[in-house]
Design a protein around this ligand. Sequence first.
Ligand code: ME8
Length: 518
Amino acid sequence: MENKKYYISTAIAYTSGKPHIGNTYEIILADAIARFKRALGYDVYFQTGTDEHGEKIELKAKEKGVTPKEYVDAVASQIKGIWDKMNTSYDRFVRTTDENHERQVQKIFKKMYDKGDIYKGEYKGLYCTPCESFWTESQLIDGKCPDCGREVALASEEAYFFKLSKYQDKLVDYIEKHPEFIQPESRKNEMLNNFIKPGLQDLCVSRTSFDWGIKVLFDPKHIVYVWLDALTNYITNIGYDVDNETEQFKKWWPADLHLIGKDIIRFHTIYWPCFLWSLDLPLPKQVFGHPWLLTNNDKIGKSRGNAIYADELADLFGVDAVRYYVLHEIPFANDGNLTYELMIERYNSDLANILGNLVNRTISMDKKYFDGIVPEPSIKEEIDEDLIKIVTNALDKTTAAMDELKVADAIDNVFEIFRRSNKYIDETMPWVLAKEQNIERLKTVIYNLLEAIRVGAVLLHPFLPETAEKIYSQLNTDLTTFSSIENFGGLKVGTKLNEPEPLFVRIDKEKFLEELAK
Ligand code: ME8
């Protein structure tokens, strides 16, 4: 397999507060994609981190009576702690307060200025402080910020502007010629028709009304606009330097995928391409705006008071149960919903019943009939063919879904192996074979089940790594690569299995919800 590079990034989370399950969904989704690519043999670089400047954070720190740096240090470490708890395999956690990032942003701003893409002017507009965004009258909804619904205030200041208008035609042309650039497709049309084609106004890229940010090198009373600061994280942290092209940068840029939420597609597909063109750099290959996770069908927000947190869910259900839920329940283009009731139902039906029971039953049967040794298959029957077909096709099918970023479909494909295996138990009735002393056939049936479970575990690994590793350990196998599942029959005959241990213990819904209410 060729060793191609794959650079995937998530949005960098605001350090305004603890990230909720919606924000955490994104890092889990990126993690599943990154792990899958690594398993396919790609040389992967997976970057995430925190967005730490801006007026909102300055205000939050003041409220708490700490310096902005003390405030962001604490929140960034909390965010990193949640990313780690969720078992995400990022290669680098970046922070916009990193010294190198700050220096590079100053140099980038200067380069754009020297080129004539940034000029000085005066800004008058309607500003939403929590969103760090200026809006035009026509963008407001009921006179309020279209993103968060809060009041906007008239603001006027001397400011630097970026010539977005200069790149408008180029942007329309690029997006039309590269249909894969903005995903899902519906978002592409929304950007083109609602935002770009009606006309791009020059963008205000500096502020003087607060201090907490990166100072413009040649005019230090100006602070670099937080989105110019934040977006450049994707290049400053892989060795971008305006005066010196590094090998590291040449290796990784352009990024293969910026994974972000649908609310910030505008910044990534309008501002970011124009900034990159101003620096004479190529664009990322793809920007995928994933849907939202809702709770009780309402958007989860840090300041909406309805936040559910990933670490708290993980304490209740386990890390992999949370990973499973968010990966499975949020389809490619539609929002997903999360409630405790739904979470328990999914947990019981998919994780405890379909997967947990299958593994437990199969290993227990092997222990009972063959003393825990992997038996040699010999007597094949027609009924085996469908199971074997589903198992051997799963790698290609799952890879195809992942290539299209249809992660919920991909994980469902893996579960197809487990569902089919359960059905195979019902069809073959191993206990009847044992009673009838049909031992040779029983050996084949048990072997097929164990091998199906191994293949399922290998494919499950990118999504639920800890569960897959528990299965490897129960099967006592080190055949865990994607190449080991290209053909059916990899599991070694004669292997001594380890003790079966329940992977997911069924939850009593009523009791659980009662406890939770307390
Ligand atoms: O937007 N469901 O940071 P952030 C799913 N700092 N995803 C959600 C979500 C939900 N309910 N709510 C938010 C920022 N997200 C900027 C990014 S990148 C250069 C700068 C997603 O902490 C959101 O869309 O508000 C974003 O991709 C990520 O969580 C971080 O959001």
